[in-house]
Design a binder for this molecule. Sequence first.
Ligand code: ADP
Length: 225
Amino acid sequence: MVSDAQAQRSIRLVIFGRQGAGKGTQAVELAKHYSIPHISTGDMLRAAVRDGTEFGLKAKEIMDRGELVSDDVMLGMVAERLSLPDAANGWILDGFPRTTQQAEDLRSLLGDAGIDLAIDLNVPEDVVVKRIASRRVCEKCGTNYAAPDINIPTVPCTVEGCGGQAVQRADDTEEAVRKRLALYESQTAPLLDWYHGQGLLVIVDGVGAPTEVQAELVGVIDAAV
Ligand code: ADP
């Protein structure tokens, strides 16, 4: 149950982590725990791809190559999403900012209020590579699953009423994953120092059972915000 204190508290979080660190899974749970929206730029882009808009088609080409969508486009998308009423009392941003330019854009957008906390969900590269090989994502609702074996192509979605199948993401091919991990090191990892310099960064160990990682996350957020 959400207490009054939780309901009134505004929490603005940014979560970082390598591809496959469990960022999306943990962010969904944190959003539920704090009653704030989970804003995932990857999910928003994949929704545009599913809708088959002209923008979605262009985004798909970029994503399937493992490259980044332009900072301008991302800022427009995020600014619009943050202006919706459900984001008035906080949010958890997943996948943005991803470049120094995007971090500066976010700072300008938010003004004095800024963010409350940046979380680095830390999982080493060799661990995430293995995880991504078995990652399956529901085609209908976007829920993530781990296939029991990397050779099992689909997993039935267990979300009530969904009935979808979880499949490998088009950008989870080995080549695209390598490119995304390299981009993470060169473009996104420097942002961790940027937030650390502002006294806003906490590092949480993301290796371990999802429920343990979640408890650790809630602990550091409650202590800091
Ligand atoms: P992952 O973290 O596994 O790469 P995401 O779901 O966060 O997955 O993003 C998938 C793809 O969407 C990225 O590889 C990139 O092409 C695009 N994308 C998402 N967020 C951004 C962003 N902030 N800036 C640029 N491109 C983005």
